[in-house]
Write a protein that binds this ligand. Structure first.
Ligand code: MN
Length: 246
């Protein structure tokens, strides 16, 4: 099983959860929200073979963590996976867009300078601008748009740019999320939870529950569930040949 975007370091009692995540998931992309969190989490998770920590600076904390921007840029050289980065143009975070942009563009420029990275990308309320930034950094690597909620037109632009998508059970519950998923190329989709921020009856979705997205995708795409599950494993191998389980 694969979870391509979760905040494993932010679960209540994360340490107790680790053995089960390691055992159940063949691949967990543990995104982080700041370079310092990346360093701390990398240390704690260093013994886990199937958990991969991303280097990030989340747009929602851009204002609070902009002091870590130099560290973010410096660490990209050693980090094969980047996330969570991006822009948030929703009402609550719109005011900090100037500092968000500074961080996001610096990160993309360095990813490009380092030959490209796989990146888990936040784009809520700023989809058009995020896509423009990728158009300006064509060698930044492979963006994986996490929980994409833009327009169908933005989605078409993203597909043309070569973007990937990570989708989860929460996104696929709603009609809008399902409509978008129906239009995504199935060879560029991966499952995610975005846990612990997504919940079911007050309980955070666990990293292995990302796999439930395969059921919803099978419905949306009109395919048998095992075929979708196989496709997801193939997709991970194509995106990350060096890190995916054989
Ligand atoms: Mn997230």
């Amino acid at each position: 099983m694969i979870d391509f975007h979760c905040h494993l370091d932010l679960y209540p009692d994360a340490l107790a959860l680790l053995p089960q995540v390691e055992q159940r998931n063949a691949f967990t992309f543990a995104v982080t929200t700041s370079p310092r969190a990346f360093l701390a989490t990398s240390r704690v998770f260093s013994g886990l073979r199937h958990v991969h920590v991303g280097l990030g600076l989340h747009p929602e904390v851009a204002q609070a963590k902009v002091g870590e921007l130099d560290q973010l840029v410096a660490l990209i050289r050693q980090a094969p996976l980047i996330g969570e980065i991006g822009l948030d143009g929703s009402q609550r975070f719109r005011d900090t867009l100037p500092v968000q942009r500074r961080i996001f563009k610096a990160a993309l420029a360095e990813c490009q300078a380092q030959g490209g990275r796989v990146m888990s990308i936040h784009s809520r309320g700023a989809e058009g601008e995020v896509l423009e930034a990728f158009a300006h950094h064509p060698r930044a690597g492979a963006p994986v748009l996490h929980w994409f909620s833009g327009s169908q037109r933005d989605l078409q632009t993203a597909i043309k740019l070569g973007a990937w998508f990570s989708v989860g059970p929460a996104m696929l519950k709603g009609a809008r999320g399902r409509q978008l998923a129906a239009l995504m190329p199935m060879n560029r989709v991966l499952p995610e939870t975005d846990g612990p921020f997504t919940q079911e009856r007050g309980v955070p979705l666990m990293p292995w529950q990302a796999w439930d997205a395969c059921d919803a995708l099978a419905e949306v795409w009109g395919l048998p569930v095992p075929e979708v599950q196989y496709q997801m494993q193939q997709n991970l191998r194509n995106l990350l040949p060096a890190l995916a389980p054989a």
